[in-house]
Design a protein around this ligand. Structure first.
Ligand SMILES: NC(=O)c1ccc[n+]([C@@H]2O[C@H](COP(=O)([O-])OP(=O)(O)OC[C@H]3O[C@@H](n4cnc5c(N)ncnc54)[C@H](O)[C@@H]3O)[C@@H](O)[C@H]2O)c1
Length: 381
């Protein structure tokens, strides 16, 4: 028995709603998209721009704001995992303090790859308990994945995304012409995430990659064929993210390729991009699925043929059973002590499994060399 009140319950609901919008020629002075959320004329914008994009577009961006009578502070930011740090985070906070923006209607603009949008999203979500931000991806990884969800983060000590938040952007603006200056390696890095979606949930996307993938890589996704692949990939990604924005459900199709890759990325950060690690995980997972008769020989062959047709060379030198197994153990812990590993169940379908054993991982690793050799024997380009 107690005297007086024992407890209070606070209940509050907040609707999350934001648009992901295709908008071409974003920096054209008469394109209203960049200023469409928040106040325009007479207002301010804090703009962080990937260093390479800054080199090419800083004049245009300056002219854009000048034409629209908005005072802008434009800050170049270096991409790359090395820069996803507490120090980068703090330096942006200091710049923000030196250029006060209105807390409600002067959203921060984050124009860059996943490193930049994750870092600036985290700044925005923590600065003065949260200011709005808009993401404008300039890498393919950002375009079809990092920018369109609500996760932000920076690395801390040896852990990736150790500090972060779930923080929806005000909007996401997509202008695929910005991808035109990416190195081919970074185009392929993003393509790996598209392949992931195709195998695990979308046969039609897989067929589109078979038909137009190589052409689209060569043309940096600049025309309609490439655009159709990107639109379909984004649709699929959002279908998965929207009902599970806060990841309450831990069995997620989008985690296909994200079980063994975690350890690979941590151990080989200097040699592997995120998508490259994901792809190594994908092929190993496909071979685990094949050994369980979840996916046929023919379907497995189509996957390896697709990779070859895209000119992807797998960096198998980083694969060792111990790292792969430890990564699975770590992810099992992360997924609340169950493996919840998505495996393809035929092409375009998925099952979740909780019973992968170390022998299976080692067997698929052995099988991998054979599949790569088969691909070369057939002289598939
Ligand atoms: N938040 C999420 O849901 C989510 C999802 C997937 C990945 N990520 C994160 O994304 C990051 C990887 O993103 P990324 O691959 O975009 O890396 P990145 O941001 O480091 O960009 C890759 C490189 O491309 C350069 N670059 C950017 N735009 C360019 C352009 N238009 N032309 C030429 N060069 C350009 C960058 O400076 C960098 O050197 C990782 O940190 C990963 O954790 C986050």
């Amino acid at each position: 028995m107690t005297n007086g009140t024992e407890k209070w319950r606070v209940k509050h609901q907040q609707i999350i709603s934001y648009e992901v919008v295709n908008s071409y020629n974003l920096f054209h002075p008469q394109n209203p998209s960049l200023l469409s959320a928040g106040k325009g004329n007479g207002a301010r914008r804090f703009v962080v721009v990937d260093h390479y994009v800054y080199e090419k577009y800083s004049e245009k961006i300056r002219e854009y704001f000048h034409f629209n009578e908005v005072e802008a502070k434009i800050i170049p930011f270096r991409g790359g995992e090395d820069n996803k740090t507490v120090e980068s985070y703090l330096s942006i906070v200091r710049e923000l303090d030196a250029f006060p923006i209105h807390r409600r209607d002067e959203p921060i603009l984050a124009i860059g790859g996943g490193v930049l949008t994750d870092t600036i999203g985290f700044v925005a979500s923590t600065y003065r308990r949260g200011v709005p931000h808009i993401k404008i991806p300039t890498t393919l990884m950002g375009y079809i994945d990092a920018s369109i969800g609500i996760k932000t983060g920076i690395n801390f000590d040896e852990y990736k995304n150790r500090l972060g938040s779930f923080s929806p952007p005000k909007m996401v603006l997509l202008d695929r012409s910005l991808l035109g200056t990416l190195p081919r390696r970074h185009i392929l890095n993003g393509v790996c995430e598209i392949i992931k979606l195709a195998i695990i949930k979308d046969l039609q996307l897989f067929q589109m990659l078979e038909a137009d993938g190589a052409y689209s890589v060569d043309t940096f996704f600049q025309d309609e064929r490439g655009g159709a692949i990107l639109d379909r990939a984004i649709t699929g990604m959002l279908e998965e993210l929207e009902p599970n924005l806060f990841e309450e459900e831990l069995a997620r199709k989008v985690d296909f390729g994200h079980t063994f890759s975690y350890g690979l990325e941590t151990h080989h950060e200097a040699h592997l991009l995120h998508g490259e690690a994901v792809l190594l995980d994908i092929v190993l997972s496909v071979l685990i699925a094949k050994n369980r008769n979840l996916i046929s020989n023919e379907e497995t062959g189509r996957i390896f043929q697709l990779l070859a047709s895209l000119g992807i060379v797998l960096n198998t030198s980083v694969l060792d059973p111990q790292t792969l197994w430890e990564s699975l153990e770590e992810r099992t812990y992360h997924r609340n002590r169950q493996q919840r590993v998505p495996l393809p169940n035929g092409l375009g379908e998925c099952v979740f499994v909780n019973d992968i054993c170390r022998d299976e991982v080692e067997l698929s690793l052995k099988n991998l060399e054979d599949w790569i050799t088969v691909k070369h024997d057939h002289n598939i380009k």
